[in-house]
Design a binder for this molecule. Structure first.
Ligand code: ADP
Ligand code: MG
Length: 208
């Protein structure tokens, strides 16, 4: 790092998904590749882009979790906040990677980030019986400009607003329900999630 440059707390990973069988069937071509031993990808013939992490088409869910998420989970249990979100065009693999689908029906090694993070969080809690943790959860869907509370589907869309604090920072969502999270209630939580939604799971963890 150059002197005087501050470390940027936002890190960006790119994951290339394999062609789907219907794409192979329609003779679609791969247009993006990794440059070996770098954090670069090349789109088309020669357009190179550099990221903090790159994952190729054969990368596993475990690899993505271990490299990008596990360090954040360690910090989380030490009291630091962390946010992970997936973005990209429809069909690029966000839901698959984040693991926000119906997790109860997904094979163990296909599980994405959310179920892995929750499992590890509760494992950490059970291994630290001398510390009392309290885990609060909220689960929202952002679709176009609207927010929906997936823990309280009756809350009308109009009641949910992102509020700014007095300094103009965007912060809390009004009227959002928080639940107390226990490990066994997690699969039920995900059944509330519609198939095609952008959803945001927030965990707040307190050491008491
Ligand atoms: P998005 O949520 O971005 O719209 P999806 O996660 O639904 O995209 O992915 C689109 C399709 O590609 C799904 O059928 C999904 O199972 C598949 N897919 C995505 N990423 C991968 C991957 N890394 N390996 C295998 N299949 C994948
Ligand atoms: Mg999706």
């Amino acid at each position: 790092m150059e002197s005087g440059m501050e470390e940027i707390p936002v890190k960006v990973a790119v994951r290339i998904r394999p062609l789907l069988s219907k794409e192979v069937l329609h003779n679609h071509q791969v247009c993006v590749r990794l440059v070996p031993n770098t954090q670069q990808i090349i789109i088309g013939k020669d357009r190179a882009f550099t990221f903090d992490f790159v994952f190729g088409k054969n990368s596993t869910q475990e690899e993505v979790y271990t490299v990008c998420i596990k360090p954040l989970l360690v910090s989380l249990t030490e009291g630091y906040n962390a946010t992970v979100f997936a973005y990209g065009q429809t069909g690029s693999g966000k839901t698959y990677t984040i693991g926000g689908g119906h997790i109860a029906s997904v094979a163990e090694d296909e599980k994405g980030i959310i179920p892995r993070a929750i499992q590890e969080l509760f494992q950490h809690i059970s291994e630290n019986r001398n510390i009392d943790f309290h885990v609060k959860v909220s689960y929202i869907e952002v679709y176009k400009e609207e927010l929906r509370d997936l823990l309280e589907l009756e809350t009308s869309v109009k009641e949910l607003h992102i509020r700014e604090d007095e300094k103009g920072n965007t912060g809390r969502i009004s009227a959002l329900k928080f639940g107390v999270l226990c490990f066994s209630c997690v699969p039920k939580l995900f059944l509330a999630s519609p198939e095609k939604a952008y959803s945001l799971l927030t965990l707040e963890i307190f050491r008491i």
